[in-house]
Design a binder for this molecule. Sequence first.
Ligand code: KIV
Ligand code: NA
Length: 275
Amino acid sequence: MKTHRTFQKMKSDSEKIVMMTAYDYPSAKTSEQAGVDMILVGDSLGMVVLGYDSTIPVTVDDMIHHGKAVRRGAPNTFTVIDMPFMSFNVSLETTMENAKIIFQKTGAHALKIEGGHEILESVRALTKAGIPIVAHIGLTPQTVNVMGGYRVQGKTNEDAKRLIEEAKALEQAGAIAIVLECVPEKLASVITEELTIPTIGIGAGKQCDGQVLVYHDLLQYGVERLAKFVKPYADFNEQATRALNHYIEDVKTEKFPSKEHTYSIDEEVLKGLYG
Ligand code: KIV
Ligand code: NA
């Protein structure tokens, strides 16, 4: 199985890293069979599979529940699990405790935490305890209310500088990779060059060492609006609606179930049933 050493080597060999989110057994299984390099059980599951309008309601138990299903579906793929809103950064003690339960109960290979300077202490402590950490900077959806909306980050000189410094500090603290979300391509490129650990971009241009997309966005599965940075590769909404309409019509018109989907019984046995 690939490990973070493999990903570091992929970076130095300029081989792109493909990360995909997965939230359950089938999405994990498909991702592993397709051959993605790593899986992220993102707290985006709150939005794309649980129907919340942000990632804020997602709990540690949600992440464990979905994380376990993903591990069953993709036992041979390096799997990163998000620590959800306020399960970290409240105190180091609760961070360690929550990380421990998620890591132990799911068998994840790494955990991901949103934030820059404010998470350095946690990254150091978790790494020291044996939990590899992927950091996540730029647009950090858990702090959407503080940021004042989902928008591109690092557009000013000051913000761009801060992101570069944070990325370096996170690497120094022991992070094994950094997700860069919604930052200008040139800035992502500078950060990628400054680091020895891989950058995984989402809305961060093609210079990152890898890319990540949300499963349901890529497949257009249950989501209505796509962000600018998403390229849809299929239209599951359309296919599923068409299939279900067809099923409804077949049942109403008695085309389904037909003989091929029906069990039969020997006539002799049947006679005996009527006494
Ligand atoms: O929750 C998630 O899916 C993520 C990715 C978009 C990076 O954090
Ligand atoms: Na996330």
